[in-house]
Design a protein around this ligand. Structure first.
Ligand code: SF4
Length: 269
């Protein structure tokens, strides 16, 4: 969890902390071996489409993206989204919408990056912020765009905004020789089910400084916390620790949990 004296902050780690303290304890403090992750169809579709969009961004070849998606969905572990299923049809439908966006951007090869993992070390605050950016495009001399692809049926705007703010901070750190202080960044969350309605944030360098201050303070709260009370809810459906958690397996909220099936994206670790 820590990088030397640094406390690591990631979007998914913060979201786990906010959603369920017991899951946070299991995942980041207990030292338990992480149980294998169950692959549900929405998660398979999401991961497969992200993989295909990465290949498309790297190669500028839509056929190679389609091939990557096809190979991913044909894996035995992804049988629930195999040939003939609605999940497979959905995956290709979402990919084709992403391919249209890729073509419309028309960014030259040297001006775009796919799935860039970046980190920002902040010695004064004792934190390191890590983020993965699905796509980066330089769209002008002093103008950048970052995209987070979404594939679920449901997004929470405030969670999406937090994710984009962290990605913006990571962009300025990882490409700091290219992204100058005065450059501006458009941060987009594009749900490929409805790409015509992206979540858009216009961000400047001082916004990144605010984000850094916020997470420095929040990391102090996370470090000081000693209350690991469980919070059963829809996220139990996607919690790898559920078999070890009596509260997450209670029958009296099973219907409630099932009603959220497919509506929540997996919280990555
Ligand atoms: S199963 Fe639910 S209550 Fe239990 S740790 Fe996971 S998210 Fe928390």
């Amino acid at each position: 969890m820590a990088d030397g004296a640094f406390y690591t902050i990631t979007h998914s780690k913060v979201q786990v902390f906010l959603h369920c303290k017991k899951r946070f304890w299991f995942q980041f403090l207990s030292g338990h071996q992480w149980p294998p992750e169950a692959m549900n169809p929405p998660g398979i579709v999401g991961t497969g489409v992200h993989e295909a969009m990465r290949v498309l961004c790297e190669t500028d070849d839509p056929e190679l993206g389609r091939g990557a998606l096809d190979r991913y969905l044909r894996m035995p572990a992804h049988e629930s989204a195999s040939e003939g299923t609605d999940w497979r049809r959905l995956a290709f439908e979402l990919y084709e919408k992403g391919a249209v966006i890729h073509t419309s951007l028309g960014t030259p090869d040297a001006q775009r990056w796919a799935e860039k993992t970046a980190e920002f070390k902040h010695p004064a605050g004792g934190i390191v912020v890590r983020s993965k950016i699905d796509r980066i495009d330089r769209i002008g001399e002093d103008r950048w765009q970052i995209i987070d692809w979404k594939t679920g049926r449901f997004d929470q705007d405030e969670v999406t905004d937090a994710q984009l703010d962290l990605a913006h901070l990571a962009l300025r750190s990882s490409l700091n020789r290219l992204v100058k202080r005065e450059h501006t960044v458009r941060a987009l969350a594009v749900n490929l089910r409805s790409p015509e309605l992206p979540r858009v944030r216009e961000l400047r360098r001082d916004d990144a400084a605010d984000t850094l201050r916020y997470y420095t303070n929040f990391a102090a709260q996370m470090r000081a916390n000693t209350d690991w009370t469980p919070t059963p809810g829809p996220f139990c459906n996607y919690c790898r620790w559920r078999p070890q958690c009596p509260e997450g397996n209670r029958d009296d909220h099973a219907d409630y949990l099932d009603s959220f099936e497919d509506d929540e994206e997996e919280v990555a670790d």
